[in-house]
Design a protein around this ligand. Structure first.
Ligand code: NI
Length: 188
């Protein structure tokens, strides 16, 4: 297993629609294993493959003690929205805003052995699935913001020196077991 470095906003891979997984073998198993370890290392609630530079439709999740992964996920969202909750993103360090998400979703896909997976999710897990599936379509949570929050977020992204943030993050990770983003609610 290996801890992978996380791609930061500005990296084109985060804006690329990821390809469906077609090969189910040891490489995919290693990818899922490394993504899981990386997510745990940064105390993240979820991680999508593009965030570690792999443009494939895979994400891992970790909500309320439940961990897993879904490959080639397809979501069926409810019409209703859930109360807005603050989200962050490991690829946009330091930013956190309330995001509007659907109340429930059913995620279907396959696991790393190609076996079908179908998970009914609500609340935070449904939020996580929507955030991670967005990553696979090149969408970041800041794209979901409206009004003043959107303006504030875009201004902050423009002003931030994300190259130096990446270095800080790496340094922090080396010195603490705790999350670098723990104070920002859900960091996915
Ligand atoms: Ni994210």
């Amino acid at each position: 297993m290996a801890i992978l470095s996380i791609r930061i906003i500005g990296d084109p891979v985060l804006r690329t629609v990821a390809e469906p997984v077609t090969e189910f073998g040891p490489e995919l198993a290693k990818l899922v294993s490394d993504m899981t370890e990386t997510m745990e290392d940064v105390d993240g609630a979820g991680l999508a493959a593009p965030q570690i530079g792999v443009s494939q439709r895979v994400f891992t999740y970790r909500i309320g003690g439940v961990e897993g992964h879904i490959i080639n996920p397809v979501l069926e969202n409810s019409e209703e929205f859930q109360p807005d909750e603050v989200e962050g993103c490991l690829s946009i360090p330091g930013l956190a805003f309330p995001v509007r998400r659907r109340q429930t979703t059913r995620a279907t896909g396959v696991d790393l052995n190609g076996n079908p997976v179908s998970i009914e999710a609500e609340g935070m897990l449904a939020r996580c699935f929507q955030h991670e599936t967005d990553h696979l379509d090149g969408i970041l949570f800041t794209d979901r913001l409206e009004g003043e929050d959107r303006k504030t977020a875009l201004r902050a992204i423009r002003a931030a020196n994300y190259h130096s943030v990446t270095e800080q993050t790496t340094a922090k990770r080396a010195t603490t077991v705790a999350s670098s983003f723990g104070s920002f609610g859900v960091a996915e």
